[in-house]
Design a protein around this ligand. Structure first.
Ligand code: ADP
Length: 261
């Protein structure tokens, strides 16, 4: 009965969200959270109402990437109040419910499923144009819960160009196909490094593998972002790529434009 009642609350919320996008990856460390967070920031700065939901229970990164390491979410009348980063961008991360920021959550599947459903059904998001969900890498409980709960969700998949990352991304693609989640497209991150001294492109993790994989899997290729040390500096400082005013910003804007259209 409780499950049904909560499903109803979740559906009431999701009815008022135009686009739901989960950002996935096969492996960790490929820039998935960076891309999810910055997609949300770029969309919100274009005037869309955006919700950014971090469902990475064991390694939430979204709060840190937005400079919200001390994030504390309020709960009023049993409803979670998303943090208003700006008027257009609301954020929920498990980070905001922990007593100690470095405390690990030692949770099994059912608890993770429960908290993700609460983030969707028991939070005052208000109506949204976009809900961006940052999922942990792989094909475990969290993306499965998203797929089963947010039935019209679409996936953006992030990979780096080398084979060891691509191999796991093929699993992410098959996961989406098995759960009937349409794939908006693939992003190749950390694709080459432009040397600031000589200006030539060095393919540190190779380059082009993501695009080849997208072509082979018949899914859209959304674009590539090079390795850019200022992306790391910005992320560590809790600043967005929007603030960089360099080629990474233009590249990401190009990817965002493709997602909107
Ligand atoms: P994931 O969510 O896949 O685990 P993160 O988004 O946490 O990965 O990124 C891992 C690290 O890589 C972070 O330090 C981030 O700043 C850095 N990073 C992400 N994308 C790039 C890029 N294009 N160039 C340089 N560093 C990047």
């Amino acid at each position: 009965h409780d499950f049904e009642a909560q499903s109803q609350k979740i559906n009431n919320f999701l009815q008022n969200v135009d686009h739901k996008i989960v950002v996935m990856s096969g492996k960790g460390g490929v820039g998935k959270s960076t891309i999810a967070t910055n997609l949300a920031v770029f969309l919100s700065s274009q005037g869309y109402k955006v919700g950014l939901l971090d469902v990475d229970v064991h390694g939430p990164s979204v709060a840190g990437l937005l400079g919200l390491t001390d994030l504390k979410l309020n709960i009023i009348n049993n409803r979670i109040q998303p943090y208003s980063y700006t008027d257009n961008l609301k954020v929920i991360s498990i980070q905001g419910l922990l007593n100690q920021p470095d405390e690990p959550l030692i949770w099994r599947g059912p608890m993770k499923i429960g908290i993700i459903r609460q983030f969707l059904g028991d939070a005052d998001w208000g109506p949204l144009d976009f809900l961006i969900i940052d999922s942990p890498p792989g094909t475990g409980d969290e993306p499965l819960t998203v797929a089963q709960t947010v039935t019209d969700c679409q996936a953006v998949i992030v990979t780096t160009p080398q084979e060891i990352s691509l191999a796991d991304v093929r699993k992410s693609i098959q996961f989406c196909q098995k759960v009937n989640m349409p794939i908006l497209g693939l992003i190749e991150n950390m694709s080459g490094f432009v040397c600031p001294s000589c200006n030539s492109l060095h393919a540190i993790f190779k380059s082009g593998g993501g695009e080849q994989l997208a072509t082979a899997a018949k899914i859209p290729f959304l674009g590539r972002l090079p390795i850019d040390p200022s992306v790391v500096t910005a992320g560590d400082a809790g600043q967005s790529i929007d603030s960089l005013n360099n080629p990474s910003k233009e590249k990401l804007q190009g990817i965002v434009d493709q997602i909107i259209n």
